[in-house]
Design a binder for this molecule. Structure first.
Ligand SMILES: N[C@@H](CCC(=O)N[C@@H](CS)C(=O)NCC(=O)O)C(=O)O
Length: 265
């Protein structure tokens, strides 16, 4: 069992995925890249799902996690792979073995390397950006907790992962080179691996949406908008294809609460 028993869990109909996630962001439908990845996957494959925005963490202490027909799976990637097996989805069968290997390498680059430079940028380099990000999302006390308590743990993780031991200049060079590698490989293609979407697009869209829309005032945001327009256009393409309701799923002034609503609606 992967959930904390102390919290009240919603009743999830059979055949519907419940996606437990941290809550909507102001300029993207999640504050975190990983739930956005998983929700994009659910939409890409038209899998009926509902969100639980209570912020309940998995027993691994992370978010997101999912529940499907009474079974819980923590981790965005493990969740996707579980659904592929359960539903017999044909996801990446159009990819050659070599392309599958390349897609995996880019996913790891984004989730295990670029991601940490983004955490550094938001929690260490410019923590004030979190006040701006969360202004219309959380009450002031929760923003204080997020910035300071979560910030403390993120800094510990940055040190443990190793990236937090580098200089500011080195961390930025790593971020810039990762973003440039993604842009160079994408080139003029519609999706990362060609004309058809694959699993890696969910991951890259989740991560790059944060850079393109949600990390306002960061070096990451400025760099992609100034130097790597194909990454911005890629995010716009994926958003337009799988998120026609994007604006309404952001927690701005127009926000409509979609907690426990079943998609597709
Ligand atoms: N590999 C995980 C990463 C998830 C992850 O790192 N989530 C962050 C939020 S962005 C989290 O829950 N952090 C809490 C912690 O590390 O204690 C996945 O793909 O789901």
């Amino acid at each position: 069992m992967l959930y904390k028993k102390s919290k009240k869990r919603p009743s999830v109909p059979d055949g519907v995925v419940c996606l437990y996630q941290v809550g909507r962001g102001p300029w993207a439908p999640s504050l975190s890249p990983f739930p956005l990845k998983l929700e994009t996957f659910l939409r890409m494959h038209k899998i009926p799902y509902m969100n639980d925005h209570s912020g309940m963490m998995s027993t691994k202490g992370k978010t997101p996690w999912l529940e499907y027909n009474g079974h819980s799976v923590a981790d965005s990637q493990l969740g996707m792979e579980y659904l592929v097996r359960q539903l017999g989805l044909n996801v990446d069968e159009h990819l050659s073995q070599e392309q599958t290997a390349v897609a995996r390498a880019f996913r790891e680059l984004a989730e295990e390397n670029l991601y940490w430079t983004m955490c550094y940028e938001s929690f260490v380099k410019n923590p004030h950006s979190l006040d701006v990000l969360l202004k219309d999302v959380f009450p002031p006390l929760k923003i204080f907790v997020f910035k300071n308590i979560i910030g403390f743990f993120v800094k510990r993780q940055l040190w443990g992962q190793g990236i937090g031991r580098h200089s500011d200049e080195d961390i930025w060079n790593i971020a810039r080179d990762d973003l440039t590698a993604l842009s160079s490989f994408l080139g003029e293609k519609k999706f990362m691996m060609g004309p058809k979407p694959s699993q890696v697009d969910c991951s890259l869209f989740g991560m790059l949406s944060m850079v393109v829309w949600q990390m306002r005032g960061s070096r990451h945001e400025q760099f992609v908008h100034d130097q790597l327009p194909n990454l911005v256009q890629y995010c716009e393409r994926v958003r337009d294809e799988f998120w026609p309701d994007w604006e309404n799923r952001c927690k701005g002034k127009e926000f409509s609460d979609d907690n426990h609503k079943i998609y597709p609606m």
